[in-house]
Ligand binder design. Structure first.
Ligand code: DGY
Length: 320
């Protein structure tokens, strides 16, 4: 009951209530920005646990400064590339995450981006809302078909597979890149292929790999060069998986048709060259942003934080 915990940013109330039921002190960081390492260390020092999120940079210096007292960093989110897991392991600090609960929301948003990028929705919205629309014409804002086109899934884990399953109604052949066969996709006629074949053979390439040293700039100049000129690239994983400068060049030179991006290399500052292009649709990292999903993420991260403090095994341990 005497536990003192820190939540780095406001989260849905349900998570705060869970923490308040079992902790003496629950303090919440600022809503409007991520904190610097110095600010985090000052706020976390002397805390038993921290509920952090994917916008916090939890490097070795933060973990080292709070080790000893702080037992757990419960991450509100599934991706943990922003936490130095090796340092957490070394220091015996448990790290948890929230896998599974955001699969459907993120797969839905991936489809929203695929459809919107293919059918040029952001250009259409701008045309109407700017008052520039002069009426229907046979050649206005012609986009690309979705039905029957090939869907390439790079990373067929939970979210990639969920994206593939949603394609059934669109009658799309599926190519996927994954270390092992995915029965759910194979049953739909999906074919596991190498990355280069997926890039060359797909009309839509959607990225669902975690960010690791191996996947950093997985999609760069060479890979973009393999894609079809009418291909559309979708990224709802992590910005750093794509070399944004190479992508901006490929889009500008129309070497690929369009991109739908929910994540960026330097959030919240997408490359200005990308923002200036009409054939790229950018969203502010909304993959898991539904009321129900964020409530579940708050519940799971708060519950796991308390489990660790109470000496129980967390449900979703990723380190420590
Ligand atoms: C995650 O969980 O990793 C997403 O990027 C945010 O929900």
């Amino acid at each position: 009951m005497a536990f003192s915990v820190y939540v780095t940013r406001p989260i849905p109330e349900v998570g705060i209530r869970i923490l308040q039921r079992s902790c003496g002190a629950v303090d919440v960081g600022p809503a409007d920005r991520a904190q610097t390492a110095e600010e985090l260390i000052a706020a976390i020092r002397n805390r038993d646990g921290v509920l952090c999120n994917v916008a916090d940079a939890i490097g070795a210096e933060v973990l080292e400064a709070v080790a000893g007292k702080c037992k757990v960093f419960a991450n509100f989110g599934v991706g943990v590339n922003h936490i130095d897991l090796a340092a957490a392991e070394r220091l015996g600090i448990v790290v948890t995450n929230t896998p599974g609960v955001l699969t459907d929301a993120t797969a839905d948003l991936t489809w929203a981006l695929m459809l919107a990028a293919a059918r040029r929705l952001s250009e259409g919205v701008t045309l109407v809302s700017s008052g520039q629309w002069s009426g229907w014409t046979p050649t206005q804002l012609l986009g690309h078909d979705v039905t029957g086109r090939t869907l390439g899934i790079v990373g067929a884990g939970r979210i990639g597979t969920a994206v593939g399953l949603r394609s059934a109604g669109f009658h799309m052949p599926i190519l996927y890149v994954e270390r092992r066969q995915r029965d759910e996709l194979d049953r739909m006629g999906g074919r596991r292929v190498e990355l280069d074949d997926c890039l060359a053979g797909s009309h839509f390439v959607t990225l669902h790999v975690p960010l690791t040293p191996e996947t950093h700039h997985l999609i760069g100049e060479r890979e973009l060069g393999l894609m079809r000129p009418d291909a559309i690239l979708i990224n709802t994983s992590r910005g750093e998986v794509v070399d944004e400068r190479a992508l901006a060049r490929a889009l500008r030179e129309k070497r690929i048709a369009a991109a739908g991006l929910d994540v960026f290399e330097n959030e919240p500052h997408p490359l200005p060259e990308l923002l200036a292009l009409p054939n790229v649709l950018c969203l502010p990292h909304l993959g898991s942003a539904t009321v129900a999903t964020r409530d579940r993420m708050a519940e799971i991260s708060a519950t796991d934080l308390l489990r660790v403090l109470n000496g129980d095994a967390p449900l979703h341990r990723v380190a420590g």
